[in-house]
Ligand binder design. Structure first.
Ligand SMILES: NC(=O)c1ccc[n+]([C@@H]2O[C@H](COP(=O)([O-])OP(=O)(O)OC[C@H]3O[C@@H](n4cnc5c(N)ncnc54)[C@H](O)[C@@H]3O)[C@@H](O)[C@H]2O)c1
Length: 254
């Protein structure tokens, strides 16, 4: 990545949580314009939500766009990249962040619970990478970061669907990294541990305490802990990295 050049990024599921923190960090460090795609925002008002985030970033000249899209739908991913071309003039960085959990022990897990997690967490990565790789190959530059999970590395009872989707994201990352390396498109993944967002808000105190016994740094992560590593992977400092999975997890997996 050239020093001083400003980039254009798409972050899926970027209206809140880890995705929003990534969007904001990229805007502060590497980008002149950023676009979040999401299935929903408050009041379904994407323009207002984008304007609020832009105000929160507070840097003159940085533009924030919102685009309504279901990441699990192939056509909607293509429409997002098209909108990015129209509004930002292209795309240099793609962060595949959209994700859900539908936890259940396998004995009780329904087919719908399995399918929805695979479609939203894994198929979405295929959809958006396919759509964004074409302009990246053409311009001989791109940075793709996929948000996996430590659960994709070590498994977790009650999350067979989620673990399978995130392990799939890791395999996908390594394969695309090999396919696109010669075109200067670097593809890496981050495996977050337990991060404080809506996704983990359902945990009660007892569950939190139990989880923290496995975290050497003895605290849950913040969305910004992940965002900073994404910005690093999209910076010139990481130009010689591709196909890697970085665990950002307070030391859970080592
Ligand atoms: N929070 C954690 O502890 C943790 C740990 C490891 C990995 N992750 C991963 O980080 C990513 C972000 O999670 P988060 O914790 O910020 O959760 P979150 O629920 O706060 O945010 C997820 C975002 O994805 C969006 N989304 C859901 N379905 C979508 C779809 N079909 N199309 C487009 N957008 C969709 C949601 O609207 C939301 O904005 C996910 O991929 C998650 O699996 C989170």
């Amino acid at each position: 990545m050239e020093e001083g050049r400003k980039y254009r990024a798409i972050v899926t599921g970027g209206s809140r949580g880890i995705g929003k923190a990534i969007l904001m960090e990229l805007a502060k460090r590497n980008c002149e314009s950023v676009m979040f795609s999401d299935i929903m925002v408050p009041d379904d008002d994407f323009e207002k939500h984008a304007a609020e985030i832009q105000k929160e970033i507070g840097i003159e000249g940085v533009k924030v766009y919102g685009f309504k899209a279901d990441a699990s739908k192939f056509d909607e991913a293509e429409a997002t990249v098209q909108a990015a071309n129209e509004k930002m003039g292209g795309v240099d960085i793609l962060v595949n962040n959209a994700g859900i959990t539908r936890d259940n022990l396998l004995l009780r897990m329904s087919e719908a619970e399995f399918d929805s997690v695979i479609n939203i967490n894994l198929k979405s990565v295929f959809n958006y990478t396919k759509a964004a790789m074409k302009p990246m190959i053409k311009q001989r530059f791109g940075r793709i970061v996929n948000i996996a999970s430590v659960v994709g590395l070590i498994g977790n009872p009650g999350q067979t669907n989620y673990a399978a989707s995130k392990a799939g994201v890791i395999g996908f990352t390594k394969s695309v990294a090999r396919e696109l390396a010669s075109r200067n498109v670097n593809v890496n993944a981050i495996a977050p541990g337990f991060i404080e967002t809506n996704m983990t808000a359902k945990l009660n105190d007892q569950q939190r305490e139990a989880l923290l016994t496995n975290v050497p740094l003895k605290r849950m992560g913040q969305p910004e802990d992940i965002a900073k590593v994404v910005a690093f992977l999209c910076s010139p400092d990481a130009d010689y990295m591709t196909g890697q999975v970085l665990a950002v997890d307070g030391g859970m997996v080592m």
